[in-house]
Design a protein around this ligand. Structure first.
Ligand code: PGA
Length: 235
């Protein structure tokens, strides 16, 4: 299983180093076999030497150039970063990234051989229209994405479940993951208010291959607890 922590706009460089160190020790001491991955803010990207993969929350589809406020491949290469999050709902809905831009990023980082965690998820008004409309909406977010890409991971994160403490029911999560599984072979993570209290129930579901976690993973202890829950499920 893959347990990914998305720090969003949290943690400094020093705090990220400390988190990495503490989680690495936990993994080594407890023989954790699940894959650990973290997405620190761009300012905390660095060279890390250990069992946890480190990815960028965002980058522009370019090696370098005149794109004020963005980072490109050159800045990721400096630290050997080969993992990126694309399509997170906060970038789609708050920062206004279009499907076209996301496909452009996807193609660029695919070309570079990156592991791409590609996020999809519906707003509440779409969910309220029923599963058929919901699945159609997710299909649109997969438009233009090479689902056969060997380093692809999909994260299904309902927008209304992100940072709200709300989650779909276990049956609802399973229904969507099973529908996605029909067209996607790669790992499918669930995201949206995953925390220590609900991790076991969500991770145990069929076709859930891990989690993408925001606030519930900010504390080292919580993240480590979820890693060991994933491990104990032995999927
Ligand atoms: P959350 O965020 O766990 O705080 O709901 C998940 C995410 O945005 O990836």
């Amino acid at each position: 299983m893959l347990i990914a922590a998305n720090f969003k706009t949290n943690k400094t460089r020093a705090q990220t180093r400390e988190y990495y160190r503490a989680v690495s020790s936990y993994i080594a001491e407890n023989n954790i076999a699940s894959e650990a991955m973290i997405f620190p803010p761009a300012t905390a990207l660095d060279s890390f030497d250990g069992a946890i993969s480190v990815g960028a929350q965002n980058a522009y589809a370019v090696e370098n150039g005149a794109f004020t406020g963005e980072i490109g491949l050159e800045q990721l290469d400096e630290f050997g970063i080969k993992t990126i999050l694309i399509g997170h709902s906060e970038r789609r809905h708050i920062l206004g990234e279009s499907q076209e831009l996301l496909v452009q990023k996807f193609d660029y980082f695919k070309e570079q051989g990156f592991t791409i965690v590609y996020c999809i998820g519906e707003p509440l008004e779409v969910r309220e229209e029923g599963s058929e409309v919901l699945i159609g909406y997710l299909d649109d977010q997969l438009e233009g994405i090479d689902l056969d890409y060997k380093n692809l991971v999909i994260a299904y994160e309902p927008v209304w479940a992100i940072g709200t403490g709300l989650t779909p029911s276990a049956d609802e999560v399973e229904l969507i993951h099973t529908a996605l599984r029909q067209k996607i072979e790669c790992k499918i993570l669930y995201g949206g208010s995953v925390k220590t209290a609900n991790a076991e129930e969500l991770l145990a579901l069929e076709n859930v291959d891990g989690a993408l976690i925001g606030s519930g993973a900010l504390k080292v202890d919580d993240y480590c607890t979820i890693l060991s829950i994933a491990d104990s499920l032995n999927k």
